[in-house]
Write a protein that binds this ligand. Sequence first.
Ligand code: GRF
Length: 196
Amino acid sequence: MFSFAVFISGNGSNLQAIINATNNGQIDGKICCVLSNKEEAFGLVRAKEANIPTIVIKHQNFETREKFENAILKSLKSFQIDLIVLAGFMRILSPVLIKPYLGKLMNIHPSLLPKYPGLNTHQKVIDNQDNQHGVTIHFVDETLDGGQICAQSIIKVESNDINILENKIHELEHELYPKVIQRFAEGELKLIKGKQ
Ligand code: GRF
């Protein structure tokens, strides 16, 4: 059975959408574990309620990014992992984690990449008076939010209210991520040429 891990750092509303999709059969597979770098992440509560094993590895406990990621790799060893889904995991990854999972590691980003990599994307859309905004799901490589794009959803910007915009983007994310995970599970999505 297709089996995947979800990495989070916060609220986990995307995780919830993915849990729901595995429960209702939209995703033909199971979440083997949820990993967070923050023990207070609400997404861990969501995972526990869904009886999914949780792992907390605090990045502050490690001197370097590489040591942090080696601890993550070690913690994943006992699971069958066909894919790692980053869903609001707020750490930049190094080749230590990217290399062994190249082509099996995806992220969701709240902008129409390549526009607005990094943080504060909604504010940038407002400041630049863009009339379009959206979300991108992409394979992760060593570039920041620069890996091969798997899918995008677009909305028209109809309000300058950042909360309204953010909510709309979340709705798009919750719809798109399960679809993309299922496409990956079916073997329809592949990284063609990735940098490690
Ligand atoms: C999402 O907007 C995602 O695009 C970004 O972080 C946010 C996570 O939200 N990478 P949640 O924790 O899934 O609610």
